[in-house]
Design a protein. Sequence first.
Length: 52
Amino acid sequence: MSAFDALDRVVRTFRRHGIALPVVGMNAATASRVERIGPHDKPGAACAVGGP
């Protein structure tokens, strides 16, 4: 879970600054888990507190 959280924080930080950050190189199982667990795609995630 900490790896997913770290990835999510990086994506949200870049998005807050208006930078699109595609995440590539994940296998299908990991990509599915990131989509299901990671809040970076959820409404309001770019403004969520708790990120760097």
